[in-house]
Design a protein around this ligand. Structure first.
Ligand SMILES: NC(=O)C1=CN([C@@H]2O[C@H](COP(=O)(O)OP(=O)(O)OC[C@H]3O[C@@H](n4cnc5c(N)ncnc54)[C@H](O)[C@@H]3O)[C@@H](O)[C@H]2O)C=CC1
Ligand SMILES: N[C@@H](CC=O)C(=O)O
Ligand code: NA
Length: 434
């Protein structure tokens, strides 16, 4: 029997993730070849500054990524540069000539996914992206393949390692926001521009990918309601602790039953007060976890390292093996599945519960004025507590579920009430709280 021809790989970018991909490819060549049934050969690595990569043989390095993706001897392109330009054009070039593509680039997929899928379809080739959501955690393959026979109803996750690292540090009461963010950057978790992490862009891109794959519907980055952690304060974290909660940045993707009986989807990213008893509450540091609810399977939880060079490279290598196997077998993996084409709900109509802390005057009529601000918007109060006395009095209100727009307008009214000195904390709550 003749051995199958080598599968030749071009890697774009050798930063935090790319350098680990190249290392693993070179160190584990024999095992990978045995698993694929053909050798994986590194054909070239596109970098910006070759002198910064003394570990990579000089004859493999190139500064011309466009030439590398166009080379007919490159069978699979691995993209770990990040950003939408020039990556989109590079990947379209590769796909259009039939090369397989493996990418870790959630920003690109969330903005340009349909065009990439279409190019892959036309050329009959593969587009794999396990590393793009929750780093090392196997999640895209379970959603696209293992759960393809089920009906997913909700996906709830901590999908950004940097912000979880920062929030964990704030909750532990140790490091400041600024110091924790610097540490996350030093450890290779943060995006090249960490505002992508703290302002929720990274998590929103991942939510778009999860909702698209989970609900067989095109959901783009612009469809995802996004709030980051830059406005989360020590007061929010303390208020959460007071009711037995921790603050987490969650990506929430769910099917929504509309009043007319139709169905839509919602995808959103925002901080949440989560009861300490919730399985996601214990996920700390740069770890990620994603909770999937499916009609037949029930509740599934995926947990593991969501960021970092080697963990992310593990997911990239897994995809590379899958794409190489497909090529050796003469087939291809799953295509885009967007047949359901459900409408995407805007945040205003999505039901939520709010936790609101207010500094108020401790005098007769204040509670009634505050309560009427909720009543006027049709928002029902679940609990209200007073803390302190006199000028130091504070009210803590937790609402029942109401449309997000009604809750937001209640908060706007509270800001205007003369008896309210300051709205000190406003955050959505999930689950039963004390
Ligand atoms: N760092 C992490 O933990 C994770 C990163 N990702 C994704 O992986 C991708 C790469 O991330 P990192 O490795 O962290 O970024 P990085 O910034 O460390 O590496 C990117 C590298 O690409 C190089 N580069 C930029 N333009 C280039 C071009 N035109 N040609 C050749 N090289 C070029 C840069 O010089 C840099 O060395 C991004 O899409 C990111 O979102 C995904 C999951 C986790
Ligand atoms: N910056 C991202 C990296 C992985 O996707 C994160 O912090 O999770
Ligand atoms: Na993953």
């Amino acid at each position: 029997m003749t051995a199958a021809a080598p599968v030749r790989v071009g890697v774009l970018g050798a930063g935090v993730v790319g350098s680990q991909v190249v290392r693993l490819l070179r160190e584990q060549g024999a095992d990978l070849a045995a698993r694929i049934g053909a050798p994986l050969e590194l054909a070239g690595v596109a970098v910006r500054r070759p002198h910064r990569h003394p570990d990579i043989p000089a004859d493999l390095l190139t500064t011309d990524a466009a030439a590398l993706v166009a080379r007919p001897d490159v069978d699979v392109v691995v993209e770990v540069i990040g950003g939408t330009r020039p990556t989109k054009d590079l990947l379209l070039t590769a796909l259009r000539r039939g090369a397989g593509v493996v990418t870790a680039n959630k920003a690109l997929l969330a903005e340009e996914g349909p065009e990439l899928y279409e190019a892959a379809d036309l050329a009959g080739t593969d587009l794999y992206f396990e590393a793009a959501v929750a780093g090392a955690i196997p999640l895209i393959r379970p959603l696209r393949e293992s759960l393809a026979g089920d009906r997913i109803t909700r996906i709830l996750g901590i999908v950004n390692g940097t912000t979880n690292f920062v929030l964990s540090a704030m909750t532990a009461g140790g490091d400041s926001y600024e110091y924790a963010l610097k540490e996350a950057t030093r450890l290779g978790y943060a995006e090249a521009d960490p505002t992508a992490d703290v302002d929720g862009f990274d998590a929103a891109a991942k939510a778009a990918i999860l909702a698209s794959v989970g609900f067989h519907t095109r959901v783009g980055a612009a469809d995802v309601h996004r709030e980051g952690i830059s406005r989360v304060t020590a007061a929010d974290v303390a208020a959460a602790a007071d009711i037995g909660c921790v603050v987490k940045l969650l990506a929430i993707c769910e099917r929504i039953r509309r009043p007319d009986g139709g169905e839509s989807v919602s995808a959103r990213v925002h901080p949440v007060m989560l009861p300490r008893t919730h399985p996601l509450a214990v996920v700390d540091g740069a770890y990620n976890a994603v909770y999937v609810e499916a009609e037949s399977a029930g509740r599934l939880m995926f947990y593991g390292p969501g960021a970092g060079g080697a963990p992310t490279a593990s997911a990239v290598l897994g995809d590379l093996v899958a794409v190489a196997r497909n090529r050796v077998a003469g087939g291809r993996g799953p295509r885009e599945s967007a047949y359901a084409d459900l409408p995407v709900e805007s945040i205003g109509s999505v039901p939520a519960r709010y936790h609101i802390s207010l500094d108020v005057d401790d005098r007769a009529g204040v509670l009634a004025a505050v309560a009427s601000a909720f009543a006027e918007a049709g928002v029902s109060i679940s609990t209200v507590r007073q803390q302190g006395r006199g000028r130091d009095a504070a009210l803590v209100v937790v609402t029942h579920s109401a449309p997000d727009a009604d809750l937001a307008s209640t908060v706007a009214t509270l800001h205007q009430l003369p008896a309210v000195h300051r709205v000190t904390s406003v955050m959505r709550v999930m689950g039963e709280v004390a």
